[in-house]
Design a protein around this ligand. Structure first.
Ligand code: FES
Length: 164
């Protein structure tokens, strides 16, 4: 999949997305999902544009919907989206040291969602349904089972080398 510059809003691309679903209020969620797929988050300018383009909506309404649903991100996501499970099984088996190792490796203090170079974003999630593999980390769609601080550091080193 080609990835667009996350800071540049291509209005013709937005028009294309809106047209493909139909410029109706009832299609707002689907439109936002597609926009997020393209930009990896919902840029403010895109929400404003959609809010003015679809009858019966306003930018404030679009913003309100986007903030209501956890699936939408209003901040740019990294090329690699790291999810650290902190459900009970993963927590008990050491997800916090793994999380701290990731933060240390990527120089991301608590509260920072995306690394300075924009490559990695980090979040904790509740049970991913793979408790037998705890502690679990998912990077994009790939599941990394039974992670340790050392193991995740090696995984991140490998990804960083690929990007160097
Ligand atoms: S608690 Fe982590 S997968 Fe279930």
């Amino acid at each position: 999949m080609s990835v667009e510059n996350p800071h540049k809003i291509d209005v013709s691309k937005l028009d294309e997305i809106i047209e493909s679903y139909g410029a109706k209020k009832s299609n707002l969620i689907a439109i936002l999902q597609k926009v997020q797929e393209v930009y990896r988050y919902l840029p403010e300018d895109a929400m404003i544009y959609i809010g003015t383009k679809i009858e019966g909506l306003s930018p404030a309404t679009v913003f309100g919907v986007a903030t209501f649903y956890a699936q939408f991100s209003l901040e740019p996501k990294g090329k690699y989206e790291i999810k650290v499970c902190d459900g009970t099984a993963c927590h008990v088996r050491g997800s916090m040291p793994v999380l701290n190792a990731i933060r240390a490796k990527l120089s991301m203090p608590e509260g920072q969602l995306t690394s300075e170079n924009g490559l990695f974003s980090l979040e904790t999630v509740s049970c991913l349904g793979a408790c037998g593999l705890a502690p679990v980390v998912v990077i994009n769609d790939k599941v990394y089972p039974q992670m340790t601080s050392d193991a995740i550091t090696i995984v991140l080193d490998t990804l960083m080398k690929e990007e160097a």
